[in-house]
Design a protein around this ligand. Structure first.
Ligand code: MBD
Ligand code: FE
Length: 285
């Protein structure tokens, strides 16, 4: 890993994730449109589950106060987006996937930033002049469920760099680095030139990292690329692509890997790693 002064701190990356969430989800989005019946049903079930754990595990007063302190720390450190996306989002995605007929999806996570540079395919993701990491070329085609090309489909892609850090959530990485909206051609085909990301480690100095350490878990996600694949009239696919043989692939802390999402890039004559992946979009409901 790089030196500590370049490592994103929990305070940096967690708080940024909270800011991005607030900036990208308007009050209208997050204001409850749920009926009283729905709130009563779900909130009561959550509380019932918590009460049950307390009984089953004989949770004590000191433990209750320690949990209270920890929950306050997560909020004050801005780590709710990080914590919830790591430990809960995979089940939300599992439920969403029940009605999905297009490509297999995965969780969004806390580090998406909207409104990135649009680049026509073949595209190179914005990168530093001295961007480190193995050059990687991801190509493929976006079609509908009938196999018809989706001309001009957008692949909104974001990833960590070869040290495992995301632009916008770590110091010293230029804004927009390794993020872009790639526009596929008339045949829905795309080619994206980038670098292979490194695995991602949850910041160890914040409340989420402290819980992980206290429980003796590990804090790692396997290396991955994030994508939204979308086109007007189609349901957006949120996904991630992983790398065969990569560390943590079988023990992702966020439980967001799926066998269908694992790339196995091979070196080409140009010395770069090449992989192809096709996406299928279903009609918007
Ligand atoms: C990540 O990079 C990520 O993708 C998820 C889901 C959670 C934390 C960090
Ligand atoms: Fe990620």
């Amino acid at each position: 890993m790089t030196t500590t002064e370049h490592s994103p701190t929990a305070a940096g990356s967690g708080a940024s994730a909270s800011q991005v969430f607030r900036a990208t989800h308007s009050a209208a989005d997050t204001a409850s449109e749920a009926s009283a019946e729905r709130v009563d049903d779900v909130a009561r079930a959550v509380l019932r589950a918590v009460h049950q754990v307390i009984r089953e595990k004989n949770v004590s007063y000191p433990e209750f106060q320690a949990v209270k302190q920890w929950l306050m720390d997560v909020g004050e450190g801005g780590e709710w987006p990080l914590f919830l996306d790591v430990f809960v989002e995979h089940v939300i995605e599992e439920v969403a996937a029940r009605t999905q007929n297009g490509s297999v999806g995965s969780i969004q996570g806390p580090y998406y930033i909207p409104d990135q540079q649009r680049v026509d395919s073949p595209a190179t993701l914005p990168a530093r002049p001295d961007e480190q990491g193995d050059p990687l070329v991801l190509s493929g085609q976006v079609t509908d469920v009938g196999g018809k090309p989706v001309a001009g489909a957008e692949l909104d892609i974001w990833q960590a760099d070869s040290a495992g850090y995301y632009s916008g959530f770590a110091p010293d990485i230029p804004e927009g680095n390794l993020r872009a909206v790639v526009v596929a051609d008339e045949q829905g085909r795309f080619e994206i030139n980038t670098v292979r990301p490194a695995p991602y480690q949850i910041p160890t100095d914040g409340p989420t990292g402290k819980l992980i350490a206290a429980a003796g878990w590990h804090a790692w996600r396997p290396a991955h690329l994030h994508l939204f694949v979308q086109a007007p009239g189609y349901r957006r696919v949120t996904s991630q692509l992983y790398f065969a043989g990569g560390e943590w692939l079988d023990s992702d802390v966020a439980e967001a890997t799926k066998p269908e999402l694992v790339l196995d890039p091979q070196p080409g004559d140009d010395g770069r790693l090449h992989s192809s992946y096709d996406f299928v979009l279903e009609p918007a409901s």
